[in-house]
Design a protein around this ligand. Structure first.
Ligand SMILES: Nc1ncnc2c1ncn2[C@@H]1O[C@H](COP(=O)(O)OP(=O)(O)OP(=O)(O)O)[C@@H](O)[C@H]1O
Ligand SMILES: [Mg+2]
Length: 113
C-alpha cells in the first residue's frame, strides 16, 4: 500500500479529480495549504494563486492506494495538473503501513477502497 501526497495548483483540482475517476481512483482527501517551491513564491502570482507573504495557495491531495494503482494515480495527477510552467506541483509517495475502515474494522488492502 502507498500513500500518494500531491501538491497541485488549486485551479487544476477538478481536472485531476476527473483523471483520477477515469482510473477508478475515487477516494481522496483534499486540503487547502500554503507553500512555495524553489522559486520561493515570487513568479506565480500572475496565475491567480493568492499570496500570503511568499506562500502561495495550493491544494494538497492525499490518496491511499494499493500498489497496482500507484502508477495510474501518478499518471492521472500529472495528466490533470501539468501545464509545463513552474509551480505545477509535486507528488510524494510514501509506504503505507496500515489502513483500517472504521465501520467494518477491515484492514489492509481490502480497506483502502
Ligand atoms: N521539497 C518540497 N517539500 C515540501 N513541499 C514542497 C517541496 N517541493 C514543492 N513543494 C510544495 O509543492 C508546491 C509546488 O511546488 P513547485 O511545483 O513550485 O516545485 P518546484 O520544485 O519549485 O518545481 P518548478 O520548478 O516546476 O516550479 C510548493 O508550493 C510546495 O507547497
Ligand atoms: Mg516552483
Amino acid at each position: 500500500m502507498k500513500l500518494v501526497i500531491a501538491i497541485i495548483q488549486p485551479y487544476k483540482l477538478e481536472e485531476v479529480k476527473e483523471e483520477l475517476y477515469k482510473s477508478e481512483i475515487n477516494l481522496i482527501t483534499v486540503s487547502e495549504v500554503l507553500g512555495h517551491g524553489r522559486q520561493m513564491g515570487v513568479t506565480e502570482v500572475y496565475r491567480g494563486a493568492k499570496e500570503t507573504g511568499n506562500l502561495l495557495r495550493k491544494m494538497r491531495l492525499e490518496i491511499a492506494v494499493n500498489d497496482n494503482y500507484l502508477e495510474p494515480a501518478i499518471k492521472a495527477i500529472v495528466k490533470g495538473a501539468k501545464t509545463g510552467e513552474t509551480g505545477d506541483g509535486k507528488i510524494f509517495v510514501l509506504e503505507l503501513k496500515e489502513c483500517v475502515r472504521i465501520r467494518t474494522e477491515e484492514r489492509g488492502p481490502v480497506a483502502i477502497g
